[in-house]
Design a protein around this ligand. Structure first.
Ligand SMILES: C[S@@+](CC[C@H](N)C(=O)[O-])C[C@H]1O[C@@H](n2cnc3c(N)ncnc32)[C@H](O)[C@@H]1O
Ligand SMILES: CC(C)=CCC/C(C)=C/COP(=O)(O)OP(=O)(O)O
Ligand SMILES: [Mg+2]
Length: 305
């Protein structure tokens, strides 16, 4: 029996993707029944708000946007042309979010390895390679997402540098100190933060940089609000508090260099999205919780010391 024969997890049929450079090394299946649920969730996900935006330029994101809406770019009257303009604008704001995350990685040499923990369909990985020219390794629980990301890398001719694998980010297939940088872009609400940051601290070189953009509940509000509970139920995730992020980083040799409240910067994205035909029903929960102060959109960049 070969290593790949040992990899038949129910939601894990595509740990190796024919025709791409996907590794054939042994990758364990979901570590818990919860992870199996999450794998299934992302295997089945095909919301137009994600696919139509990705179709704009081939960068497929599963995160939200930041920055002011360019109202000058949305000029068409109600109808198909206007919708196209709104889609392009929402996508521009989502790519701006990934750009901001990459800004916080600092200087990354071409011979470095970067790790995208919870990489989705790979949009941030492609942007990282375009910017730094380095190797980018992504991990997701979803075989469909890994296959999608690897196909994008293959079709754009960067599959020697950009690779997604089906793997638990709490048990990453990297040597100790192998990564110059690593990040979680809206993927940390699916795991225990102590476990997550212990694993990032292990794979990062001393002096390496970790960045996360995440939604977190605000301890100043008291407890998770009904809106936060609604977001958790919608995505089957478990949003952590800001306090929990900072405490778990401190416990795991990750020292924050920047903590940026992106809440005001993400509101225009949500206001625009709420008026579009691509609404999914979760817009009110984000807008209300950002506005009542119970929820924050946060960037944290930390040094591995
Ligand atoms: C909301 S999506 C974010 C995707 C991507 N970071 C982006 O910005 O487009 C969440 C991702 O986290 C991944 N994820 C959740 N738990 C994970 C785990 N334990 N190990 C690896 N990936 C995980 C999911 O498979 C999914 O790809
Ligand atoms: C900030 C928080 C709490 C994020 C939770 C994780 C998540 C589901 C992110 C967006 O994914 P998506 O792009 O697939 O979602 P949508 O379909 O709503 O655009
Ligand atoms: Mg989306």
């Amino acid at each position: 029996m070969t290593a790949t024969d040992l990899n038949p997890g129910p939601s894990n049929p595509g740990a190796s993707t024919p025709g791409t450079n996907t590794a054939t090394a042994f990758v364990p299946g979901p570590a818990t029944p919860y992870q199996d649920d999450i794998a299934r969730y992302w295997d089945q996900e095909a919301r137009p708000v994600n696919l139509r935006l990705g179709d704009v330029d081939g960068l497929y994101h599963h995160h939200y946007g930041i920055g002011d809406v360019d109202h000058g770019a949305i000029t068409a009257p109600e109808g198909a042309d206007r919708e196209k303009q709104v889609v392009a604008e929402l996508h521009r704001l989502e790519s701006a979010q990934a750009d901001l995350l990459l800004d916080h990685l600092g200087h990354v040499p071409r011979d470095a390895t970067l790790v995208d923990a919870g990489c989705g369909r790979g949009g941030s990985m492609m942007m990282a390679h375009q910017r730094f020219g380095c190797r980018v390794e992504g991990l997701t629980l979803s075989a469909k997402q890994a296959e999608f990301a690897n196909q994008r890398a293959h079709r754009t001719g960067v599959d020697q540098f950009v690779r997604a694998r089906v793997c638990n980010m709490l048990d990453m297939p990297f040597e100790t100190g192998q990564a110059a940088g690593s990040w979680n872009n809206e993927s940390s609400m699916y795991v225990d933060l102590q476990d997550l940051f212990a694993e990032h601290a292990r794979i990062l070189a001393v002096g390496g940089r970790y960045v996360t953009i995440t939604g977190c509940w605000n301890p100043a509000y008291g407890q998770p609000s009904k809106w936060v509970s609604q977001i958790n139920a919608h995505f089957e995730c478990n949003i952590h508090s800001r306090r929990e992020y900072l405490r778990a980083m401190a416990d795991n040799r990750l020292v924050p260099q920047a903590v940026v409240d992106l809440t005001p910067a993400t509101l225009p994205y949500w206001e625009l999205r709420a008026t579009s035909s691509l609404v999914t029903g979760i817009e009110e929960a984000f807008l209300s919780s950002y506005k009542d102060g119970s929820f924050q959109y946060l960037l944290i960049a930390a040094d591995r010391v």
